[in-house]
Ligand binder design. Sequence first.
Ligand code: FES
Length: 95
Amino acid sequence: MFRRSHTPSAGVVIYVDGKPVHAAAEESVAAAMLVAGFTSFRASAVSAAPRAPHCMIGNCFECLVEINGQPDRQACLTIVSDGMHVRRQAEEPGP
Ligand code: FES
């Protein structure tokens, strides 16, 4: 569905739910996940409906994931780093 518009200058590997994902060094976690084919980033606590990035600029909070054990991180505003561990969230973010 999504693909990069350019060849990345350097690459890193992040792990999404334990699956290795190759990413460009300068891209966001959300971009890397979308290019890798992830269409759901979290589940709504109200309806359990899958949620995915919408704005990609930090406004909608639809892209919340756990990054290196820290929940509720905005994937669209977080730049990848080699060895980063990302987990898709099953519940609504806490207070
Ligand atoms: S996609 Fe909207 S805040 Fe991340």
